[in-house]
Design a protein around this ligand. Structure first.
Ligand code: TNX
Length: 535
């Protein structure tokens, strides 16, 4: 009897051991990951050759090879080079899965082969390889991974108007986004406290509009020059990330109006000089000139025009005589219609520049060409707005405050950051989120482009808080964007998260530790707190 039990235990341990070995450590979890031959190990050193298949010539593929080679050379976990040895081969080939981002990764005793339909797929495979290499310290098991994303839009938004973090921090964020296969960086560059992008035709936008931030209205001007923008956009492109700038209008325009008051449409007590003037022809020329320069800097040709919360500061529109005349001339019944008229005209300007128009869900009400418009659904308490956007046929990015606003609190003991009534965004809620559960009965799931987390920075006065709010929730975001719901497993995810925290530690990030929150106490933001602003 005892013998029988011992055997059973041994058998269990063996199976358990083999199972543990085959557990894929990658975040986001691939669509399929198996091990061909147990016990086979392939040693990859820091000097491993990275080759592009002879028939695969595109320069973009060489760029992926260069990226991978230099990333591997920096991995502290790998043994140093020992002369010749295994190689990594990148191949463009037709995959079973025709998703442009699909890839296959096979490890055998000769080395690693990554195949994909496109260089984007190869990049995804390269990132999976980097994660495996770090996790297995260069001794790769014989992985066979077949993978493709659930969603094409896997985004992260950073607000640099409220706080300016600068080029190095943005590059570091782009590195982490790429490591977890996030591919859209939405850059909120203009708002009430500051304008952060150089526009050559209107230099005061940055020299005057760049002054101040959310906590200090007199802080010296901070902004990105066009040369810096180009550098960051290229850095992102090398990591398979599109950059989407946001130039917020007609509200949230205070910083621009400080620089060029002649285009201001006034504001309210709480939000002075908040809007652009929709009744002045000059406003449309001015903003179109700005957008032309912006469009030239961002090759994705997608510009976010904001369109949110205009009612916070457009009460002067009710009394401004020019706006009253505009309403009569264009048969606009109220100032909401003025707002939609303004957005329609600015959208037309963008379409003429061959750019798509992206906007917050307030703009789902405007009727625009479906194929050139993307709506961001953020007001989780307004499911009808999502319904309307989908009914109108707009491609939609899902980024509801609950659970995808990363300026929201994540731990019951946190004292700063936002809550919604008593609700907040712990990593578990991010992980559990599935946007398809919000799809109306007759909704078309293919209109859901994907998801995005938004980091607004009213309470993020330094990089410590930026890190604390972003890491590790970014890992949960990546997995819900990439991995199909039936492959998700929260307990397994939390296990895969542990080694990520070590990487954050080694990178000097001030991350939140969900297993031991006391390790890094919540950083206190400067002066202003959540109670000072409303939604
Ligand atoms: C709402 S989301 C805003 C932002 C704030 C944020 C704070 C959206 C389109 N507008 O202006 O920063 O709430 O959580």
């Amino acid at each position: 009897m005892i013998l029988k039990k011992t055997f059973a235990l041994l058998a269990f341990l063996c199976v358990h051991h083999a199972y543990a070995q085959t557990k894929c450590p990658v975040i986001p979890m691939p669509a399929s990951a198996t091990i061909a031959t147990a016990n086979d190990k392939t040693i990859i050193t820091r000097g491993v050759q990275v080759r592009v298949d002879r028939k695969t010539k595109a320069t973009q593929v060489q760029a992926v090879a260069d990226f991978l080679k230099s990333a591997i050379a920096k991995l502290p976990e790998l043994p140093a080079s020992t002369g010749r040895g295994q190689q990594i081969l990148l191949v463009i080939a037709r995959m079973q899965d025709n998703n442009p981002e699909a890839y296959e990764l096979v490890v055998n005793t000769q080395g690693v082969k990554i195949s994909a339909n496109t260089e984007k797929g190869l990049f995804n495979g390269a990132v999976t390889l980097l994660q495996l290499l770090r996790n297995e310290k260069g001794q790769l098991q014989s992985w066979v991974i077949k993978d493709a994303p659930q969603y094409a839009w896997r985004g992260f938004m950073l607000d640099e108007s409220r706080q300016f973090f600068g080029k190095e921090k943005v590059k570091s964020l782009l590195d982490w986004m790429a490591y977890y296969k996030l591919n859209k960086f939405h850059w909120h560059l203009t708002d009430e406290p500051g304008w952060r992008i150089e526009i050559k035709q209107y230099p005061k936008l940055t020299t005057v509009g760049g002054i101040g931030n959310f906590t200090d209205p007199k802080a010296p001007a901070t902004y990105y020059t066009q040369a810096e923008i180009k550098e960051i956009v290229q850095y992102a492109a090398d990591r398979n990330i599109d950059v989407i700038p946001e130039i917020d209008m007609p509200g949230h325009a205070t910083a621009a109006n400080n620089a060029y008051p002649e285009f201001s449409g006034g504001g309210s007590k709480g939000h002075p000089e908040f809007t652009f003037n929709p009744a002045k022809e000059g406003t449309y020329t001015y903003l179109t000139n700005i957008l032309r320069e912006v469009n030239d800097l961002f090759p994705a040709h997608m510009i976010h025009l904001g369109g949110d919360e205009v009612s916070y500061g457009n009460e002067k529109w009710n009394t401004n005589t020019d706006i009253q005349a505009l309403m009569q001339r264009e048969h606009l019944a109220n100032i909401k219609e003025v707002e939609l008229y303004f957005m329609q005209r600015m959208s037309d300007s963008l379409y003429k520049l061959n750019s798509k128009m992206l906007a917050w869900d307030e703009m789902a009400e405007v009727s625009l060409p479906k194929d050139k418009t993307i709506i961001y659904w953020w007001r989780h308490d307004k499911p009808n707005t999502l319904k309307m956007a989908l009914e109108k046929g707009y491609t939609t990015v899902i980024c509801p405050r609950l659970p995808l606003y990363f300026d929201f609190v994540q731990d019951s003991t946190n004292r700063h950051g936002r809550k919604w009534s008593k609700l907040y965004n712990p990593i578990e809620s991010v992980y559990k989120f599935n946007p398809l559960t919000l799809l109306p009965a007759d909704g078309n799931p293919s209109l859901i482009a994907g998801m995005q987390a938004n980091l607004w920075t009213e309470t993020v006065s330094d990089t410590k808080r930026l890190d604390y709010l972003t890491f590790p929730r970014i890992c949960a975001l990546a997995e819900i964007c990439w991995t199909a719901p039936d492959r998700k497993n929260e307990a397994d995810f939390m296990q895969r998260l542990q080694p990520q925290l070590k990487l954050f530690e080694a990178a000097g990030l001030y991350y939140y530790d969900p297993f031991n929150p006391n390790i890094h106490p919540e950083p206190v933001p400067k002066k202003k707190t959540v109670s000072d602003y409303k939604d």
